[in-house]
Structure formats: structure tokens, C-alpha cells
Design a protein around this ligand. Structure first.
Ligand SMILES: [Zn+2]
Length: 345
């Protein structure tokens, strides 16, 4: 394989030092002032005041980390050509970090209609790096990654909307401020254990959040317009909360498909039979075939403009701009600030 080395130029337009102390604390949410589509109080209320029976039960399927020649085989096998019950292609969101990622394969996933989102450049350890990350650290990890991803994978930059911080380790206000300043729309790194039954719906950070903070520090300032997609926890077989399915400890035997089906349905029904807050899960192909799976960004589009289920099902399938990525043009040619990055792995 031919290795292409791209020199990155960091575009640090402004090296402002933003400390939490300088930011005013967010105030309690005012439902009269905070209205859709741009503002929503943190709440378990269904958007638009809809009844549960009129509310789509979204299932968000997400995969984290690098995409490479090995794991792409699994994605091709279990995801490609899947349809939701309305005949539209099923969605998936890939939270991708730079290391060990092949950008031609990211372009392939994008052209299959999946959402590409950001999971940092470095994905480095220890976890305390993320807890203590400054605004500038997060700018390098996510603000710069957005530019890099758009460039190397040849994806329109406005299609790169979401962030998941490695280890689900929040960094207080910093990552959300970087999102706002970098044109990113939503974060999907923040677990909730307290708001699982009923589940917490996505909301903005204009006002103070009611969400519990299992992995501090959580944001405290008013950061208008950025969305939180809460990771509503699952419960494992002993009732212990887990943010990701592969993070659940007490799970059925891996070969017991029937037990796994019951395990997933039990968690699913906590959403479906209640306020239908979006149900997130990590993997399992036979489940994807049965329920409507969507991109994380699709959920936000609906929350901003909540229409009843019957109307939602009539909507045309999502469309996107195809951009090819042949070997001669992708990885793209970019010069970026003294750091060498491989675009294949
Ligand atoms: Zn990760």
C-alpha cells in the first residue's frame, strides 16, 4: 500500500484562553424564552407536546473509533443495504478518531449514507487528559479534526455535526465552546443514569441542564445553540447502568441469541412504552433489521421540528451530496502546520 504523508497546518485563528471562571453560570431554563427549533430546556417532555403514540421511536446505532481495512468488512456485512420499515435506508453514526483510520473507507461509509462524526484526533490516554483538556486542547482535537475530516475524506464540512469525546470523558464547558466556535451541532458523550425512565430527550445548553453528571466535569455555563444528545443508560441483567452496550457487565451468554434478544427488548421497552426518548445502542445486526435505525443528526432534525409519527413516515428518505474519493484525489492534498498524518492505515 502506498503511504501518503500529509503535512497538517493547524488553523489556530485565535488562541483565546477561555477559563470556566470567566463564563457566567447558566440559569434555570425558562420555557417561555427557550423555544424550538433553536432552544430546548433539558426535560423528559416529548418535543412538540406530542403523545407517545404519535412520537417516532428513534433508534440510534453508533460505532466508535478508527475505521480500517479490518473492521470495514463487518460494517459492509451487517449495515449495507439495510432498510427501515418505511423503505428508507437505515442510518448509523460513526464517531471516528484520526489514529488508525483510513479516509478512503470513511468516504465509502459517507457515500453509503451513514453519518460521519468526530471522536478526536488523538484518542489519547490517560482519561484525565480529557477531563483536564483546555479550550485549546479541544480546538486541536475537534475543531481541527472537523477541517481535517472534511478534507481527507472529501465530505462537505457542514455534514460533520457531531462529537463524542473519548471515554465519554467530558471537559466541562470547553468542548461545548469549541463546538459552538467550530460550527459543530451536537455532543453525544454525556451519559445519564438518573433520567432513564422516562429518558431525557435532546436539549440545548442555553440554560442550566438538569442532567446528572456521572463523569465530571460537566458544562455549567450558558452556551447557546449547542445540543446535548444524552446517552440514556441501559440496565444490565443485575440492574447496573451502562452507557454503551459493550460497557454492560452482566450480559447474557454471547451465544444465547434468545437471551440477548430479551435483554435488548427489555431496555428498548423502557423507552418505547414510556416517553419514547431516542434509544441508543452499540451493535447487533439482527436487531438493526427489525427497528428503524437512524443517524444521530436525524433525531435532532426531528426534535427541532417535531411532527407526528404518521406525518414523519410520509417524509422522503434523507438525501445527501455524493462526493467520490478516488485514490488520486483522496487523501486530499493539504498542508497543515508541521504535523505529519497518515491518511491510510
Ligand atoms: Zn473511542
Amino acid at each position: 500500500m502506498k503511504w501518503t504523508i500529509i503535512v497538517l497546518l493547524f488553523t489556530v485563528a485565535f488562541a483565546q484562553d477561555v477559563d470556566d471562571e470567566e463564563l457566567a453560570l447558566a440559569e434555570a431554563c425558562d420555557e417561555e424564552l427557550c423555544k424550538l427549533p433553536d432552544c430546548r430546556c433539558s426535560s423528559t417532555d416529548i418535543p412538540g407536546g406530542l403523545q407517545p403514540r404519535d412520537t417516532p421511536q428513534f433508534v440510534t446505532v453508533t460505532f466508535d473509533d478508527g475505521v480500517n481495512v479490518i473492521n470495514i468488512e463487518t460494517y459492509r456485512r451487517i449495515l449495507y443495504n439495510r432498510l427501515n420499515p418505511n423503505g428508507c435506508p437505515a442510518g448509523t453514526t460513526f464517531y471516528v478518531n484520526h489514529e488508525y483510520t483510513n479516509y478512503q473507507l470513511i468516504n465509502e461509509l459517507y457515500n453509503q449514507g451513514y453519518e460521519i462524526a468526530l471522536h478526536s484526533v488523538s484518542h489519547q490516554t490517560p482519561q484525565t487528559y480529557w477531563a483536564e483538556a483546555t479550550y485549546e486542547d479541544m480546538q486541536r482535537e475537534f475543531g481541527d479534526q472537523r477541517i481535517q475530516m472534511a478534507h481527507f475524506a472529501n465530505i462537505p464540512i457542514e455534514q460533520l455535526k457531531g462529537v463524542r469525546i473519548p471515554f465519554l470523558q467530558l471537559a466541562g464547558n470547553n468542548s461545548f465552546q469549541v463546538m459552538k466556535d467550530s460550527g459543530l451541532t451536537y455532543d453525544c458523550s454525556w451519559p445519564t443514569i438518573s433520567y432513564t425512565n422516562p429518558g431525557l430527550w435532546p436539549y440545548t445548553l442555553d440554560y442550566a441542564s438538569i442532567q446528572d453528571c456521572p463523569i465530571p466535569p460537566c458544562p455549567s455555563a450558558s452556551i447557546p445553540g449547542v445540543w446535548v444528545q444524552p446517552m440514556v443508560g441501559w440496565l444490565d441483567l443485575n440492574g447496573v447502568a451502562c452507557s454503551m452496550v459493550d460497557g454492560c457487565f452482566w450480559v447474557p451468554d454471547r451465544n444465547d441469541e434468545e437471551a440477548w434478544y430479551r435483554f435488548i427488548i427489555t431496555n428498548f421497552e423502557r423507552h418505547y412504552l414510556n416517553n419514547r426518548a431516542p434509544f441508543g445502542f452499540y451493535v447487533h445486526e439482527w436487531y438493526i433489521s427489525a427497528y428503524p435505525a437512524v443517524n444521530s443528526a436525524d433525531v435532532l432534525d426531528w426534535v427541532k421540528n417535531p411532527v407526528p409519527l404518521d406525518e414523519y413516515k410520509q417524509k422522503p428518505c434523507r438525501t445527501f451530496v455524493q462526493t467520490s474519493c478516488p485514490a488520486t484525489t483522496c487523501p486530499a492534498r493539504a498542508e497543515h502546520n508541521g504535523v505529519s498524518r497518515y491518511t491510510y492505515s
